[in-house]
Design a protein around this ligand. Structure first.
Ligand code: TA6
Length: 278
């Protein structure tokens, strides 16, 4: 079932079925919570200080970044919103179906044109809440000229303790935002002890989030050219919608297109992230 609630001017969808429950904000087309019935454990992290009133993008859950990632939109830093403009738009629920695999929703943003991106296109977010959570961000070029865009599912995963968290499945080189984008080799083991802000430059397909030596969540990515890993560490203290120690319980593993994807008229791109409880 899908129950709708309103609070502080925002609309929330509460999904409940025999396999899982989830909570989604129509502001941002933003998934806030995913709890599989198999173990009843929350897989996403939502900041206790997140703005849930439309004043700011929501800190936590699965922010939708589109049509650019970070400030990478070819303009001056700060001139256009970081991570694009869909995460601060009000979306609509356009379809909802329930079957033995769970609840399947389609969300669409209210518009897809804005300053910095004046192309005709159609964006949809397909969300399946079941034994797994599957999120499919699809972009179709509805116009007559090609365009280039980026996108990401900027997922905040819940972890008990970042100090006892390890990622598996990532290899090759990454660009380090904390080191002026220096190219580095992916560490092995991939553990955390400081601020981490990396664009891994390969189309990573499977990432295991291992907590206390046991895989807690598997992340399957498709339609990506890269994978972003972020934890602000001590910088959390300067993020107003985050607790100074909030960094201990989250790791962002982001299925991302960051190299610029060309979309010809009529073409569709799908960025897919599957969250698989283990
Ligand atoms: O995905 C990593 C990143 O781009 C970081 O550089 C960091 O700033 C983070 O996202 C959060 O961005 P936000 O605009 O949501 O504060």
């Amino acid at each position: 079932s899908v129950r709708v609630s309103e609070s502080n001017g925002l609309t929330f969808l509460h999904v409940e079925n025999p396999l899982a429950s989830a909570k989604i904000s129509l502001f941002g087309g933003h998934i806030l919570s995913y709890i599989p019935k198999s173990d009843g454990q929350e897989r996403l992290w939502l900041s206790p200080h997140a703005f849930l009133n439309g004043e700011r993008p929501i800190r936590g859950g699965i922010p939708v970044c589109w049509p650019w990632f970070s400030d990478d939109h070819g303009k001056q830093k700060g001139e256009l919103p970081s991570h694009g403009f869909l995460r601060t738009q009000v979306w609509q629920l356009t379809s909802s179906i329930e079957d033995e695999n769970g609840t399947h929703l389609i969300l669409t943003p209210s518009f897809s044109r804005a300053e910095g991106f004046e192309y005709d296109c159609e964006v949809t977010l397909k969300v399946s809440v079941g034994e797994h959570l599957t999120v499919n961000l699809s972009t179709e070029n509805k116009g007559v000229v090609p365009f280039t865009f980026n996108c990401a599912l900027h997922t905040y995963f819940h972890v008990d303790d970042i100090h006892n968290t390890e990622l598996k499945g990532i290899s090759g080189q990454y660009k380090d935002k904390t080191q002026n984008w220096a190219l580095e080799d992916t560490p092995s083991p991939y553990t955390f002890s400081q601020q981490t802000d990396r664009i891994h430059l390969s189309a990573v397909k499977q990432t295991d989030v291992v907590v206390n030596g046991k895989t807690f969540t598997k992340v399957i990515s498709n339609g990506n050219d890269s994978l972003v890993v972020w934890n602000p560490w001590q910088e959390a203290a300067s993020i107003s919608d985050m607790d100074p120690f909030g960094y201990k319980h989250m790791i962002c593993v982001e299925t991302s297109m960051t190299g610029g994807h060309d979309l010809a008229p009529g073409q569709v791109h799908e960025l897919i992230q599957q969250v698989i409880p283990v």
